[in-house]
Every structure is written in C-alpha cells, then in structure tokens.
Design a protein around this ligand. Structure first.
Ligand SMILES: [Fe+2]
Length: 291
C-alpha cells in the first residue's frame, strides 16, 4: 500500500517525538511555494530551486517541515505525485505537512481536493506536541482556485474555533493565502473586511495564537497585525504574521517586501515560547531548472 505524504509524515513524526528532550527546544521549518512557472517555462512541477531550499532545510534537522502550499503549478495527480516523490527522496527522514494552495488544485471554479488527498493527503491536519504545549492547525483558505477567491467559509471557521478551544500556549496557524493588509494590500490575498475574515482575526486574538504562517506571495515578509474592536487594524503589535513563499516559485518583485528572494524560515519551540522566524536565504544555483 502506498502511503500519502501526510501518512508517512505522521509515522515519522511519532518516532521523532519520542527522541525529544522536553528541556531542549525543538526546531521546525516553514516554507511555501515551490511550484514551477507552468506554460511559461514548460515546468508544471517544481522549480529547480526547490531542491536546494529543501536540502538546506533538511540540514537543519527540523522536527518537521510545514509547506504553505503551491507545491506544483497545477494539481494534476501526476504532478503532485512527482512532488511527493522528490520530497521523500530529499527529506527521507523529515516529516512534511502541507497546506493546500490554489495551485495544488485544478484550475476550476470550485474547490477540488481529490488529487491532493490522494497524493499529499490530509487537508485539515493538526500537529499536537503536548510536552511542548505546541499545536499547529492547518487551514484551507482557498475558496475558488480559478477565480482567485481566498477567505474562510463558515465551516472553516467552525473548525478553527473547535481546534482553538483548548489551545495550548504555543499555538500556530498555518494556511496558504495572506490577508490583504498593510504591505500586502495589493497582493491577491483574502479581504480583511468580510464578516468571516473579521471573525478569523477575533478567534486568533482571543485564543492568543502565537504565529500565523502564510505563503502564496513569492517573497519573505513579516507583519504584526492587531484587529481593533471597531474592525479597523493596527500594525506593529498584535499577532505575528510570517509570510514565506520563497521555496522556488518565480519570485514576486512588484512590491518591495523585506526580502524578494528565495527563502524559508526556522522556528524554535520550548515549553514556554516560540522563537523565530529565523530567515534562511542564498541556496546557490540549481543544476536543473525543473524538477
Ligand atoms: Fe498561491
């Protein structure tokens, strides 16, 4: 029987957790957007940069890697299968958990997750490590892959509320698209003014989520965002939103962010806190443009 990437990763994580010493912090990696450029460079799978990014991440021996989505250009089964194969080869001992991105689905009006589920696996996963008071909750905030509609359905919010109910001190939320706000206002994320988005911010603030990890934009940036009671937003304080979408996809240069280059991030989790992001960049030149 062929395991999905998620099933394989859960098994690996179980084994690796046993080796942890609760007195020593553990590290994990967050990266996103490894896809090629599709018809533009005839690469429907991953860019050659991804191999270098992933190799560097594996060198850090993280407890696990979170991929924020857009693994491949379009969610055909054969492309997703190829992604899984490459990951299992390069990161053979490291679990990888993937949030679904718009490019991981077929280019259709409606959400279509069959191929993702058959290859990468679970869409709504949770990583729970009680000795470190750690929980990571993955969300799907892609509503229409073709129409580029991002946000939260009521069902998604109910799910999030459930998962946050007894949220431990070190709770993290990971999802694909970023909020349209601050420096990210014009970057095709999700609108922050809808009732659902407002509820999303209320939930993460109420439950003191420590980090929100997003991808989708092919660059690196970080914004602290706080929603006020009247629905307006404030920057520089509040929840730490970390954007890392530099795992090889064609870089986004239009908007100057902290780093418009290939990147991934590393975090350190103790029982009391989460330190990071530590930003990793400069991975050399790929031998092949396409994987
Ligand atoms: Fe995306």
């Amino acid at each position: 029987m062929n395991l999905t990437l998620h099933e394989r990763s859960e098994k690996l994580l179980k084994q690796r957790i046993k080796q942890l010493n609760p007195r020593d912090p553990f590290n994990f990696v967050f990266m996103g957007d490894s896809r090629g450029d599709g018809p533009n460079d005839n690469c429907f799978t991953m860019s050659g940069e991804f191999e270098l990014v992933l190799k560097k991440a594996v060198e850090l021996n993280p407890l696990f890697i979170i991929h924020g989505g857009d693994t491949v250009y379009t969610g055909k089964k054969e492309y997703l299968e190829h992604f899984v194969k490459v990951v299992e080869k390069i990161a053979s001992n490291i679990p990888m958990f993937v949030c679904v991105g718009n490019h991981d689905e077929l280019y259709l009006d409606e959400s279509n997750l069959e191929n993702f589920r058959a290859t990468i696996g679970k869409v709504h996963w949770v990583i729970d490590i009680p000795v470190f008071n750690f929980r990571c909750i993955a969300l799907n905030n892609v509503i229409s892959p073709k129409n580029k509609i991002y946000g939260f359905t009521d069902r998604e919010l109910n799910y999030l509320e459930q998962q946050l109910e007894d949220a431990p001190r070190n709770t993290v939320v990971a999802m694909h698209a970023q909020p349209n706000i601050g420096r990210w206002s014009n970057l095709e994320g999700f609108p922050v003014t809808t009732p659902q988005s407002q509820e999303f911010f209320d939930l993460i603030q109420e439950h003191r989520v420590k980090k929100v990890l997003v991808s989708h934009v092919h660059a690196y940036d970080e914004q602290f965002i706080r929603k006020n009671r009247n629905g307006s937003f404030m920057f520089g304080r509040g929840t730490d939103f970390v954007l890392s979408g530099g795992a090889g996809a064609p870089l986004d240069f239009e908007q100057p962010l902290i780093l418009n280059n290939y990147n991934f991030t590393e975090f350190f989790v103790s029982r009391y806190n989460i330190l990071g992001p530590l930003l990793w960049k400069d991975f050399g030149r790929p031998r092949r443009n396409c994987l």
